[in-house]
Design a protein. Structure first.
Length: 275
């Protein structure tokens, strides 16, 4: 699952690589089945607080952030010592108007490093019609672009944060088949449109960083050591769930999700409808 020299060079230059095959589509369908069985058991969908850092809730997701098929390419980009800061589910039902506005994650995650990699894994097909991610090549290399909080009701971002001026004519779509992932630097401008297809678009983003990274906005934060060593200790280590809804990990998740929410809303007035 290693990246080629060309792919590594593309990542450095353009800020992204797509697609990267992680597993067969049938294996991804198995993960979808586990997620949708959980959703069905609690009324049909994830609760908002279950979208982020859900590797603490689901053993299968904790396994995914540690899977060599995911981590081998990440190691090529940031080195052998790897922390997973968070995971976030991105689910758009068939015909959903939900979208993700153009934004750069480094503007509101509070992380000191510019060397953070997002692996966006497709649990179901993420076609252009289904609202796959689009990116603005090379936008990770310049200054951070000006954003504004919109709190648009269909925007999947916490604050509806959006880049004020974007040249979408330069955008590149990153469609994925189930079992594939894309990789992008979290400073890269990216977004996605509504799901106009007849199936759910289900993905999960996994966010990896070198342990030298610090949280410079929040007073407390955590991360999972998924490969190598953490010689810095800037983040509290997360427990490894023994099974889905492991009580120790669920209790830790409550604090971890709250800390992430506080970071994402730092410096902005909260919209009660997003809490």
């Amino acid at each position: 699952m290693s990246l080629s020299e060309h792919q590594v060079a593309q990542y450095r230059r353009d800020g992204y690589v797509c697609p990267v095959r992680v597993m067969p589509a049938a294996e991804a369908r198995g993960l979808r089945g586990k997620l949708e069985a959980f959703e069905a058991a609690q009324g049909g969908r994830l609760e908002p607080g279950q979208r982020s850092r859900a590797f603490l809730l689901f053993k299968w997701l904790d396994d995914l952030i540690r899977d060599p098929r995911v981590l081998d390419p990440i190691e090529q980009l940031i080195g052998p010592d790897i922390l997973c800061w968070s995971t976030i589910f991105w689910i758009k039902d068939a015909g959903s108007k939900s979208f993700v506005s153009w934004h750069q994650d480094n503007t509101y995650w509070g992380l000191s490093s510019r060397n953070v990699v997002t692996a966006w894994f497709a649990i179901s097909d993420a076609s252009v019609e289904a609202g796959c991610m689009s990116v603005l090549p090379g936008s990770h290399l310049g200054e951070t672009l000006a954003h504004e909080d919109t709190y648009h009701s269909d925007n999947m971002l916490t604050r509806g944060q959006a880049i004020r001026d974007i040249d979408e004519s330069r955008a590149v779509h990153m469609p994925l088949a189930a079992g594939e992932m894309s990789l992008h630097n979290y400073c890269l401008a990216h977004g996605s449109g509504p799901n106009l297809s007849g199936d759910r678009r289900i993905g999960v983003s996994m966010h990896f960083m070198p342990p030298s990274t610090k949280q410079v906005v929040g007073t407390w934060d955590c991360a999972a050591l998924v490969r190598g060593e953490d010689r810095y200790g800037h983040f509290a280590p997360t427990p490894v769930p023994a099974r889905d809804l492991d009580p120790e990990a669920v209790a830790f998740h409550a604090r971890a999700a709250g800390a992430m929410r506080d970071v994402l809303y730092a410096g902005a007035a909260r919209n009660p409808q997003r809490l």
